[in-house]
Write a protein that binds this ligand. Structure first.
Ligand SMILES: Nc1ncnc2c1ncn2[C@@H]1O[C@H](COP(=O)(O)OP(=O)(O)OP(=O)(O)O)[C@@H](O)[C@H]1O
Length: 444
């Protein structure tokens, strides 16, 4: 069995058999557009998880990590590149004809921005009735009655039927969006940032409504959000996404109280602490995520991980020095990814110097004013020379070999880490220290 399918089996066993949605090794790539094509954007890059009947699974992560793409793939609004999505046991990635039509009744999506998802020229009644019309649901008079019932269910009044969306507040417009989503009595609803565009006071009302509706109709939710406080409040379990991968998934309380994965740790560390006297390990995340066109070969988080496993001989090096080496490697990665401008290429062809940042300047920028071991500086200069000669690949390979870490070149397995949680990190393997232990040392 391959590593990926073993992980999938493990995820399935842990989630039990009450899963409504089962996702296995799902990938959604956007083909490189433009004249020259290029590498695809690996927006979702091999995720496996279950969503149990009647639960709310939160999906969190920084902007661009693939949350919406994952949600849209589960809805068949994007085509999966590989892997499986089963809804109630049926793989939906290959459905067509009547089966696809039935699927479109069973699943619905609520969007962040009610303004852009509601046609301003339709009345509220027409908007809520539209899905019923499209699916030829029962008779016209039954549809009208259903719309009235739905308006009441989401807290709108019957007289709103003939009004237009622009006559409503943001919260009311989101209620219209929710009524539309519920029209065909779905089992599974993807809520994509459903309250992010609303005032805080309105957010709470919409969240309560969503909870009430879930209890009343036995709905299963995937709740996509960047606001971790909202997620903690409303979700039973949470999945933390980074660069197209799920880094950690598990019950909300356990995951928030005692994050197992270094990325979860760093993400939670960015939430302001309500009690300023409370002790919380603060870790600032350096840099930005790598491009999903060109993700790291090993662990997706390896280029920014504060507790990355270090090679022999570097374990005891102080944090600042190790971080500067990591920053220098990051600069080289960025430099080799950045396309030289046309004029730079022309100058290079003519044998003239280009305007790309001089390597000596970069080395000085990163290392000057800090104490660095002689031996480390020798390696840095050697790599800088390769880069200066235009061979960035050789520079990167040189540094990779010297500062080699398992995190750089091997994808970790999904490991069970207690309390029903699964986390993607080499540090859960027995020969390494757990992330929490290293974090504690770093923040002492
Ligand atoms: N239609 C598309 N074509 C090409 N690339 C896309 C497309 N849609 C999204 N992407 C890219 O895929 C990656 C994941 O995007 P996605 O919108 O799924 O992330 P997200 O986590 O939902 O972000 P946000 O929180 O900002 O909405 C990003 O790099 C994005 O630029």
């Amino acid at each position: 069995m391959s590593g990926a399918s073993e992980a999938s089996e493990a995820v399935g066993r842990r989630a039990g058999s009450d899963a409504l949605v089962e996702v296995r090794n799902l990938k959604t790539y956007y083909e490189g557009g433009g004249f020259l094509g290029g590498d695809p954007v690996k927006a979702v890059d091999g995720v496996s998880f279950d969503i149990r009947r009647g639960e709310t699974l939160g999906l969190v992560g920084e902007s661009g990590c693939g949350k919406s793409t994952l949600g849209r793939t589960l809805m068949r609004l994007e085509e999966a590149t590989d892997g499986e999505v089963r809804l109630d046991g049926t793989d939906i990635t290959t459905l067509s004809g009547d089966d696809l039509k039935q699927f479109r009744e069973d699943v619905q999506m609520v969007f962040q921005d009610p303004d852009s998802s509601l046609n301003e020229r339709m009345t509220v009644g027409e908007l809520v009735r539209e899905p019923l019309d499209v699916h030829d649901w029962k008779t016209p008079s039954e549809r009208r009655a259903r719309v009235r019932e739905l308006l009441e269910t989401v807290g709108l009044q019957e007289e709103h039927y003939y009004r237009y969306p622009h006559q409503f507040s943001g919260g009311q417009r989101q209620r219209i969006g929710i009524a539309r989503a519920l029209a065909l009595e779905p089992d599974f609803v993807v809520l994509d940032e459903p309250v992010s565009a609303l005032d805080v006071s309105v957010q709470a009302k919409i969240l309560n409504l969503l909870e009430d509706l879930q209890n009343e109709f036995g709905l299963t939710y995937l709740f996509i959000a960047h606001d971790l406080a909202v997620v903690r409040h409303i979700c039973d379990r949470v999945a933390v996404m980074y660069l197209g991968n799920i880094m950690e998934i598990g019950p909300a309380e356990a995951l928030f109280d005692d994050p197992a994965n270094p990325y979860t740790h760093a993400l939670l560390s960015s939430i302001p602490e309500p009690d300023p006297t409370a002790k919380r390990d603060r870790i600032t995340l350096r840099g930005t995520p790598p491009s999903p066109r060109n993700p790291p070969t090993g662990c997706p988080f390896s280029t920014r991980c504060p507790v990355k496993i270090r090679p022999e001989g570097y374990e005891e090096m102080d944090r600042g020095q190790w971080e500067r080496i990591e920053v220098f490697r990051e600069v080289l990665r960025e430099r080799s990814r950045a396309n030289p401008s046309l004029s730079d290429r022309a100058r290079a062809l003519l044998g003239r110097e280009t305007h790309r940042a001089d390597m000596d300047d970069i080395v000085a920028e990163v290392f000057d004013g800090h104490e660095t071991d002689e031996e480390v500086m020798r390696h840095i200069r050697e790599a800088a020379e390769y880069a200066e000669d235009g061979d960035e690949d050789a520079a990167r390979t040189y540094l990779r070999e010297e500062f080699n870490s398992v995190c750089d070149h091997e994808m970790p397995d999904q490991e069970a880490v207690g309390d029903g949680r699964v986390s993607l990190c080499h540090r859960h393997e027995p020969e390494y220290e757990e992330p929490a232990t290293v974090f504690e040392r770093l923040t002492d």
